[in-house]
Design a binder for this molecule. Structure first.
Ligand SMILES: [Zn+2]
Length: 398
């Protein structure tokens, strides 16, 4: 058997540190014993990690609680000021940035309108948002872990667009993360919007503490973020979840990807606006769109009716393929449209074990609304296995 290398040990250590931080972020203050129980790490490992994290001011000890027997118990909580990160989201019609502290609290938020920007147009806007965020809240810059960015499409680990000819034009092969990291002088991690939203919903929303769920991101298109058996599932080329181009209507409507009858053509925001004869929905502000939706109620009803069966088919497939605890629906689709669609979905197709007791509904609407993806993006620098900056922070800062 090959010996475990030092690097692997280091990686395991930093993985365990993230596990400890996530357990406390999700559950609130926890003692070492409770942490060991929750994380299945040994008491000794937990003690070492807690000591390190306290030393670098990422955790802080709360007032000890008197125990019925023996030593008083010290609960540990997140030190919100221990680290900060930036979350960015770029969609076809808007760019948003948030600055969050280690507890996930949003300390600053900036939004700008864009119109299907090319990389050359978007990079200075995103860097400008990051710069404004950093200037609008005072904190020790050495404690900035980096930035996470959520975008439509699928991305490989290095941040190079791998395959997405259909979302934002001109972005194929553009090294978003590397370019942006240069502009803002901090590490940048990139994730597709559906996966970022799955992270956001797991940290802050209805998927809190779940080990297996699928997040369906409905926006300009439709994509899935998959959190399975406690891990994000991204596939061999980071393209897992690109379900918008799954054929749901054989020989159906033509899709930009070259196929016919793709899910995107029936369930996305674009398909809903087609029913309202709105071609360039990116050009309108949310209030105007809400008014148009209200005015076109009967056409929206027709859209929801047409979208329901492809959606039911998709839910049926995802349940059968992945056996998730629930499927969470959300994204940048206006809530009125999403709710209209969800009302149309029942009855869902018969599940594989109809008699089995469930403690969660088969489908749920996400809790964190439009900010789900950006909150997930902001969490990337904290929870990503690939952010070297996180380990720098483990050393006590001068
Ligand atoms: Zn397609």
């Amino acid at each position: 058997m090959k010996a475990i290398s030092g690097t692997n040990l280091e990686q395991a250590k930093s993985h365990n540190r993230r596990v400890v931080i996530e357990a406390i972020r999700t559950n609130g203050p926890l003692s070492r014993a409770a942490l060991a129980r929750l994380t299945a790490l040994s008491t000794q490992t937990v003690s070492n990690i807690v000591e390190e994290l306290e030393g670098s001011e990422l955790l802080k000890a709360e007032a000890p609680l008197k125990a019925a027997r023996g030593q008083p118990i010290t609960p540990y909580s997140i030190n919100p000021n221990g680290a900060y990160s930036i979350g960015l989201e770029l969609e076809r019609d808007h760019a948003v940035g948030v600055l969050t502290d280690l507890s996930g609290r949003v300390r600053a938020r900036i939004e700008k309108a864009v119109d299907r920007p090319t990389p050359g147009e978007a990079m200075p806007i995103l860097a400008g948002i990051a710069d404004e965020l950093l200037r609008s809240f005072r904190f020790d810059r050495a404690r900035l872990l980096g930035a996470g960015i959520a975008m439509p499409g699928r991305y490989a680990a290095e941040g190079v667009t791998s395959l997405s000819p259909v979302t934002l034009p001109g972005w194929q092969d553009f090294p978003v993360a590397r370019e942006l990291a240069g502009l803002i002088s901090a590490p940048v991690l990139i994730e597709n919007d559906a996966t970022a939203a799955a992270i956001g919903e797991r940290l802050y929303g209805v998927a809190r503490g779940l080990s297996s769920f699928v997040y369906l991101f409905l926006g300009g298109g439709i994509g899935a973020g998959m959190f399975l058996d406690g891990h994000l599932y991204k596939g061999s080329r980071s393209n897992a979840g690109e379900i918008g181009h799954m054929i749901v209507v054989p020989n159906g409507l033509a899709c930009v990807c070259g196929k016919r009858g793709c899910l995107d053509r029936y369930v996305s925001l674009g398909s809903a606006y087609e029913y309202l004869d709105i071609r360039d929905f990116e050009q309108h502000d949310p209030e105007t769109l809400a008014a148009l939706i209200e005015k076109g109620k009967t056409r929206i009803d027709a859209w929801a009716e047409a979208a329901a069966e492809p959606m039911r088919q998709t839910i049926d497939f995802l349940e059968l393929a992945f056996d998730p605890q629930t499927i969470v629906l959300g994204g940048s689709m206006p809530p009125s449209l999403l709710q209209r669609l969800v009302r149309q979905l029942e009855p869902l197709h018969t599940p594989v074990n109809p008699g089995a007791e469930r403690n969660l509904p088969r489908i749920m609407i996400g809790a964190t609304g439009r900010d789900t993806a950006i909150l997930g993006a902001a969490a990337l620098p904290i929870f990503s296995e690939t952010n070297p900056q996180f380990d720098v922070l483990q050393k006590p800062l001068g």
